[in-house]
Design a protein around this ligand. Structure first.
Ligand code: FMN
Length: 315
């Protein structure tokens, strides 16, 4: 059965976040309290379609049993490359494919992908159709309200809904707004109406500034037509955000330990660099007495061994 029809309302999803929701961090979140559904970080279809880029693309699409069910998110602007990439995804164990039509990154947009698709709707539709034609997996879309003006949702979202995607995730901001203004919750009723009129079978997922499960349930009470809620940066403030649990210092330190173990295991057969790992420390070393001093010490480390030494001295 289509994964989107299996999920019970209101379902919770960990947002795809490049450089964050990799195979390691997803295992940490699964341990803390899993969402109903994971997404991968986005993978470029032209990278998958090229001889040089394929190995890297496949590495980004590596999944482990605790990830399941998981959706592969892809981006690009070449319909043939979308077709070629989606053909591979069901054999890799994914439950669905999501097309990224919302990323505001300059390089992605210059390459014609992500939010740039909002400005080339015919191409967006062509990519969506090619993806659907070439896989049995359900195909969904994640996008923003528009490029510049939030009111653009009135023309952009109908274009997508008329294609009847399996699910539509709307990050309630425009590309230009990045994440700098509060999410436009006030627009939800109009989006709900569009979905009901144009594609009632499409699952509607709302994204933007949702802190945790309790916050999602609050929104669900107000807008019961929404099917699911996607949480991104909320996981930085609380890796247990998919439960209603407030972790103790010891629980956070255990998660950090798990993250380091998984990283070490992963580094045995993948090329990794230590610096990006440091970005995760603020997630665990947070909200307890002495956290900022400890975080500062960890940020000065240059290897996992140095980090372990700082943590051992603590005990
Ligand atoms: C570091 C970072 C990386 C992101 N990478 C992706 C991505 O690969 N694909 C995507 O669709 N959105 C990406 N996003 C956007 C998030 O999925 C989400 O839409 C956005 O953060 C708003 O949700 P939030 O307010 O819950 O964080 C990223 C966001 C952040 C902060």
């Amino acid at each position: 059965m289509n994964i989107w029809n299996k999920l019970e309302k209101p379902f919770l999803i960990l947002a795809p976040m490049e450089g964050v929701t990799d195979v390691i961090f997803r295992q940490v979140v699964a341990k803390a309290g899993r969402p109903d559904l994971f997404f991968t970080e986005f993978t470029n279809v032209s990278s998958y379609a090229s001889e040089k880029g394929r190995a890297n693309a496949l590495e980004r699409l590596e999944i482990v049993p605790t990830d399941k069910p998981i959706i592969a998110q892809i981006w690009g602007k070449n319909p043939e490359h979308f077709a070629e990439t989606v053909k591979a995804l069901s054999s890799l164990g994914f439950a669905g494919v999501d097309l990224n039509f919302g990323c505001p990154d300059k390089n992605v947009n210059r390459a014609g992908g992500g939010a740039a698709m909002i400005k080339t709707p015919d191409l967006a539709v062509e990519c969506l159709r090619e993806a659907r034609k070439n896989t049995d997996l359900p195909v969904s879309v994640k996008t923003r309200l528009g490029w510049k003006d939030p009111e653009e949702f009135k023309t952009w979202l109908p274009i997508l809904l008329k294609e009847h995607p399996a699910a539509l995730t709307v990050h309630l901001r425009t590309k230009k707004e990045m994440s700098k203004v509060p999410a436009h919750y006030e627009i939800i009723p109009e989006i709900v109406k569009l979905r009901a009129e144009l594609s009632p079978e499409t699952k509607l997922i709302i994204n933007g500034d949702i802190k945790d499960k309790a916050h999602a349930l609050e929104l669900y009470e107000k807008y019961p037509e929404i099917d699911g809620f996607m949480i991104g940066r909320g996981v930085f403030s609380n890796p247990y955000c998919f439960t209603n649990h407030i972790p103790s210092r010891d629980e956070l330190m255990e998660l950090l330990d798990l993250h380091l173990d998984l990283y070490e295991e992963y580094s045995k057969n993948h090329r990794v660099s230590y610096e990006p790992l440091k970005h995760f420390y603020k997630i665990y070393i947070n909200n307890f007495p002495g956290a900022s001093d400890l975080r500062a010490k960890l940020m000065e480390t240059h290897s996992i061994e140095e980090a372990r030494a700082v943590l051992e001295n603590l005990c």
